[in-house]
Ligand binder design. Structure first.
Ligand SMILES: Cc1cc2nc3c(=O)[nH]c(=O)nc-3n(C[C@H](O)[C@H](O)[C@H](O)COP(=O)(O)OP(=O)(O)OC[C@H]3O[C@@H](n4cnc5c(N)ncnc54)[C@H](O)[C@@H]3O)c2cc1C
Length: 468
């Protein structure tokens, strides 16, 4: 006799969204989280009067994306999202708005004019080829770069690649740039609504014969985005910090969901080839379905799996991130903007003055800024921290006089990085009654948006298997 209909292993945002949605389909659910608090990489906490998040976050696809869909259908409480603002590039000369499209690239004088021209050509070619189905887009960004670019331009493209995939331009695919830069949208996009206004033009009616209506609309809007694209489209930061999103999920949770913290799942139990429950230090708990939302890479330690599946899981690629939170004694002019910034010369960071979005995250009159770096997990972490901190001092001279709180976080930001040869699992592993959710089971988009995609795929798989 099962104790629960569904056990969810892991109480990060993927596990909690899985528990919320599955329970709303009438299931009795238990969430088991190994840490003493739920939230995983989606949380906030206090350090010396400043409220820091678990990494710098901008949440994407908020208008029609997967999280929006889950919020509309399953949440009873909603977080308030504040507009992310603009992306910027910082150099020794100060801040410049990050170009979103070719029009803006023309005046982006951080890079030499010749390089901008060559990059625009390369981007136009790749986007046109992808749009016409003549390029799969799985080739390295580096292979699409023209020769003879300056060192700064290579560093810039590398920094963009790191921010979109967590990997260098040699390991990041061209598709990642096109999707991550919003040139191609991976969920229902605003382009569809814009195109609806042109529905009766002779051009559209002529080619609907050969292309489906959806394809037609997305193809046109993809190409037109070369001139009109906005990389910060529908992106936001939750008022009250990242934990507001976590709280909205927890407040929306029905009473049929029980959450146990400090409960590590040590084994996923299978009998006669089917999953029947899990084992923790407190004993065995039975359920008709187990949803695993920890690292899929770790799955072979928990359950017997076919050799070829285990081999595929070993190809999951990951990166390590370092976030340095600085609490400043006063607001400084260098961070007097809404949005975020990258630095790319001789090292890269992505930074966001989050207290500009919500002043309540810092004590009155003070400022809180998060700087995220990708670090090398083979190097000494302390020397990586030192190198990162020195980069901040170089990028923002004089900031050290205002620092009154410094806090470091070292985390794996995505359970799988979208690299050219990296593997992604799907929601259905080759064991009946076991499902997967999380950022290593869907390669669309990034972070919390990707987690939300994975939960939509989980629901689809469970419905197909008559589990919901
Ligand atoms: C520096 C940084 C910057 C980021 N920037 C962004 C951003 O800008 N936008 C964005 O959308 N996302 C961003 N993210 C990513 C986003 O935070 C994560 O993708 C998301 O929170 C992952 O959720 P998850 O539930 O899939 O995984 P996790 O948060 O890793 O949750 C998994 C949970 O499972 C638990 N667990 C694992 N194994 C077991 C076990 N055996 N038994 C019990 N419990 C177990 C873990 O303790 C953990 O709580 C960023 C992350 C970082 C670190």
């Amino acid at each position: 006799m099962a104790d629960y209909d569904v056990i969810v292993v892991g109480g990060g945002i993927s596990g909690l969204l899985s528990a919320l949605t599955v329970s709303r389909h009438g299931k009795k659910v238990l969430v088991l989280e190994k840490d003493s608090v739920v939230g995983g990489n989606c949380n906030s906490y206090n350090v010396d009067g400043f409220q820091v998040d678990t990494g710098v976050h901008a949440i994407t696809h908020l208008r029609e994306g997967p999280l929006r869909r889950l919020m509309d259908e399953y949440f009873t409480y909603l977080p308030v999202f504040l507009n992310h603002g603009d992306y910027h590039v910082r150099t020794e000369k100060g801040l410049t708005k990050m170009p979103s499209n070719i029009k803006e690239f023309v005046t982006f004088d951080i890079l030499p004019r010749k390089d901008r021209f060559l990059l625009s050509q390369a981007l136009t070619k790749a986007l046109t080829q992808v749009t016409f189905g003549m390029l799969e887009g799985n080739q390295p960004v580096y292979d699409h770069l023209p020769g003879g670019l300056s060192m700064d331009t290579y560093d810039f493209v590398d920094a963009i690649s790191y921010s979109l995939s967590g990997k260098s331009m040699k390991e990041t695919s061209i598709n990642r740039i096109l999707y991550g830069g919003s040139f191609v949208r991976d969920s229902i996009s605003e382009g569809i609504f814009e195109d609806d206004q042109q529905e009766n033009t002779s051009y559209t009616s002529k080619i609907t014969d050969t292309l489906s209506r959806y394809q037609l609309k997305s193809h046109i809007s993809t190409i037109s985005r070369l001139a009109t694209n906005k990389i910060a489209y529908a992106q936001g930061y939750p008022r009250g910090g990242l934990k507001s999103l976590l709280s909205a999920v927890l407040y929306s949770m029905p009473k049929t969901v029980q959450i146990k913290t400090s409960s590590r799942v040590k084994k996923i139990i299978s009998e006669e080839g089917k999953v029947t429950g899990v084992a923790t230090d407190s004993g065995v708990i039975r359920a008709g379905t187990v949803v695993y939302s920890g690292f899929v890479k770790d799955l072979p330690d928990l359950i017997e799996l076919p050799a070829d599946y285990k081999e595929a899981l070993s190809r999951i690629d990951q990166t390590l991130s370092l976030t340095i939170w600085l609490g400043l004694s006063e607001k400084i002019k260098e961070f007097d903007y809404m949005g975020s910034e990258i630095w790319f010369k001789g090292g890269a960071y992505w930074a966001m003055p989050v207290s500009n979005h919500d002043p309540g995250l810092a004590p009155a009159g003070k400022q809180l800024i998060g700087f995220t770096f990708i670090i090398d997990n083979k190097k000494n972490i302390e020397s990586e921290k030192k190198r990162a901190f020195e980069l901040i001092l170089r990028a923002v001279p004089g900031i050290e006089k205002r620092i009154e709180m410094t806090h470091y976080q070292v985390t794996i930001p995505e359970k799988a990085a979208v690299t050219i040869n990296g593997f992604f699992a799907t929601s259905r592993p080759p064991v009946p009654n076991l499902y997967l959710a999380g950022t290593d089971t869907d390669n669309r988009s990034m972070g919390i948006t990707r987690a939300a995609y994975s939960v939509l795929e989980l629901l689809k798989a469970m419905k197909e298997d008559k589990k919901l």
